[in-house]
Design a binder for this molecule. Structure first.
Ligand code: PMP
Length: 412
């Protein structure tokens, strides 16, 4: 297999050219938001300058062009994630919105008092709070699958936690803190044995390795565009058509109806019944351009690059004395989301020191406070890798960490 040409890829992302605090920018926060290549910007610019109009409304030429582009984007997403048809792809404003859609529609309809919902302890708050709220409202039980010491999902615990009362299992594909790639296919098969429906949070998975929702057997699969080189404000909810067809809409307004009278309304077919109001058309078109960009590089090559770089980073970071790295030690079981701490230095202080050297990382609880509690820490530093990162970036990170360590040791 070929190698990624990182030097060339970097030139696709003009933002990376700049200096920050007088130093060459090293962007290591792609798990929060990835950068956007020129090709995506150009596609959006082209739409704005030539084809901009609302979708699914006018019969005029621009309206038809905009509608075609928007629906072509839907088809592109369906092909990219292996959905059986574009009708299974709903445009949302992001992963959080997709997860809330399932809670507000499927959850409201199907979860009753005494039912059980199962999540893992490594969920992002976006895939926890909708279920916590729903469980409270419906008097249902929320159960947590625990993780092993090295941050892997405990499949035995999953088997114990899923029962005939379980209506829904909501599980992340990849942890946004530990980088763990969960055995989602096995988890789905186990849940299906008990007739539970499975929602996968794919925010940290899509764009990093090939994802095929049909092959996985997922009932629902949610993700965000901005973590895979597309604009902010666009996300996807994939759902099996037979499930979506039975679900009620949860937001009401224009373009989601079949017919409206004074007394009531009937709904459009899926996916339109879930897309009330004017959607984020240009961002949907940008998402299609991001998929073209990913396909032009090849996801298998991206995965190989990120796995190799993760192995390199894990080794270098573990060589720093007094470092704690969270999550699996083997790079093939995880992605390039690397959380760590240096003894006696607060993560925010470290992130600030790194920023002074032009290195952008995230510090905090990463919207995963129950996980932090189980890791017995309040926060971590998180460096997250993408296709535009190289070993040089890791070397700069490590030498800056060493520098920061020396600096802070003077205050002890
Ligand atoms: N789930 C996971 C695993 C995430 O990492 C994130 C973003 N940090 C989300 C959900 C929420 O994504 P968004 O903020 O784009 O809705």
């Amino acid at each position: 297999m070929d190698k990624l040409n990182v030097k060339k890829i970097k030139t696709d992302f003009p933002i990376l050219k700049q200096k920050v605090n007088g130093e060459q920018l090293v962007y290591l926060d792609s798990a929060a938001t990835s950068q956007m290549p020129v090709s995506v910007e150009e596609k959006i610019k082209n739409f704005t300058e030539i084809n901009r109009a609302n979708v699914h409304r006018g019969v005029h030429t621009l309206g038809l062009r905009a509608t075609n582009l928007y629906e072509e984007s839907r088809q592109k997403v369906a092909d990219f994630i292996g959905a059986s048809s574009a009708e299974e792809v709903i445009f949302t404003s992001g992963c959080t919105d997709s997860l809330n859609l399932v809670a507000a529609s499927f959850g409201e309809q199907n979860i009753q008092a005494g039912d059980e919902i199962v999540v893992s302890i490594m969920e992002h708050h976006s895939n926890l709070l909708p279920w916590q709220q729903l469980a409270k409202k419906k008097k249902a039980q929320l159960n947590f699958i625990e993780i092993s010491k090295d941050g892997r999902l405990d499949l035995n615990d999953l088997k114990n936690k899923i029962s005939s009362k379980t209506k829904l299992v909501a599980l992340t594909h990849v942890s946004n803190v530990l980088g763990t790639i969960n055995p989602i296919k096995e988890a789905i098969a186990l849940a299906h044995e008990k007739d539970a429906v499975v929602l996968v949070d794919g925010a940290q998975a899509v764009g990093h390795f090939p994802v095929n929702v049909t092959n996985l057997g997922a009932d629902f699969y949610a993700f965000s565009g901005h973590k895979m080189f597309a604009p902010t404000g666009i996300g996807i909810l994939y759902g099996k058509k037979e499930l979506l067809d039975k679900m009620p809409p949860y937001r009401f307004g224009g373009e989601m109806i079949a017919n409206v009278t004074r007394e009531g309304a009937t709904w459009a077919e899926t996916p339109q019944k879930f897309e009330a109001g004017t959607p984020n058309i240009s961002a949907a078109i940008g998402l299609a351009a991001a998929i073209d960009y990913l396909n032009s590089i090849d996801l298998k090559l991206i995965q190989k690059h990120e796995t190799e770089l993760t192995a390199y980073a894990l080794e270098k970071l573990s060589n720093i004395s007094d470092s704690t790295i969270y999550g699996p030690k083997e790079s093939y079981e995880r992605t390039g989301v690397i959380s760590f701490n240096l003894k006696n230095i607060h993560p925010h202080d470290l992130a600030t020191a790194l920023d002074l050297n032009g290195i952008e990382v995230r510090a905090g609880h990463h919207c995963a406070q129950p996980l932090m509690e189980s890791l017995q820490t309040e926060s971590t530093v998180r460096a997250s890798l993408s296709i535009y990162n190289s070993k040089d970036d890791i070397d700069k990170l490590v030498s800056s960490l060493q520098e920061a360590k020396e600096f802070f040791s003077e205050f002890r």
